[in-house]
Design a binder for this molecule. Structure first.
Ligand SMILES: N[C@@H](CCC(=O)N[C@@H](CS)C(=O)NCC(=O)O)C(=O)O
Length: 216
């Protein structure tokens, strides 16, 4: 099989790439990386020295593709399927990329800050940074709550890359940092639609055995 995805089922950015693969039933070999295992970690860093996943390897084209957004754009370009996750229309694609950036930078990354701080040793925590991260998620969710009124998906009429980004970012933000129901009801309902989407429902089912590892 040409495509291999280096990933972990619990990793939120890997979930984003998996949604895109499952949306189009794209054939790939899943290669689970355990970053806690020194040998696995070292082997993965030979592929991508930055050491962050997801990373897609395409043996047919001799390409190694890191970064979840770039992976989705690569799949759309070279392994297209029924779900057009990156629209052709230039204005629509700009809107999709903006929302993709919005979810990554203003929900996903600050959520990682909140969760990551729980793994820091006592005496090395960053409470101010965590407060700032939580505030950023709240600002973003306030904007999203207004924007999502009357909408089904993040951009336009169809499920796109922006929704792939939104699903894990909002799922983990809701679970770990900023509970959505009652505070951001349009966002909470949007997250419920994302969780019911078969591609993301499958991702969540596969991650289920690992959820106990998420630091509370
Ligand atoms: N901008 C990257 C972020 C990837 C990322 O942060 N991945 C996390 C898992 S969700 C990771 O590999 N963390 C391991 C580490 O930082 O050591 C993307 O979109 O793929």
């Amino acid at each position: 099989m040409a495509l291999t995805l280096y990933y972990h089922p619990l990793s939120s950015f890997c979930m984003k790439a998996l949604i895109a693969l499952y949306e189009n039933d794209t054939a790939f070999t899943p290669h689970l990386v355990n970053l806690m295992d020194p040998a696995d970690n070292a082997a993965f860093k030979k592929i991508w020295p930055i050491g962050k996943f997801p990373v897609l390897r395409d043996d047919a084209r001799g390409e190694t593709i890191p970064e979840s957004t770039i992976i989705i754009e690569y799949l759309d370009r070279h392994y297209p399927g029924r779900a057009k996750l990156v629209p052709d229309d230039p204005d629509l694609v700009r809107a999709v990329r903006l929302q993709d950036r919005f979810f990554d930078l203003h929900v996903h990354v600050p959520m990682q800050k909140v969760v990551g701080d729980r793994l820091r040793p006592a005496g090395n925590k960053d409470p101010l940074g965590v407060d700032q991260a939580r505030d950023l998620i709240k600002t973003a969710c306030g904007m999203l709550d207004r924007d999502l009124a009357g909408k089904t998906w993040a951009v336009g009429d169809n499920f796109t890359m922006a929704d792939c980004s939104a699903a894990p970012a909002l799922f983990y933000a809701d679970m770990t940092a900023v509970p959505l129901a009652g505070a951001y009801d349009n966002v909470a309902r949007y997250l419920a639609r994302l969780k019911a989407r078969p591609s993301y429902a499958r991702v969540l089912t596969e991650a289920e055995p690992y959820f106990k590892m998420v630091p509370k």
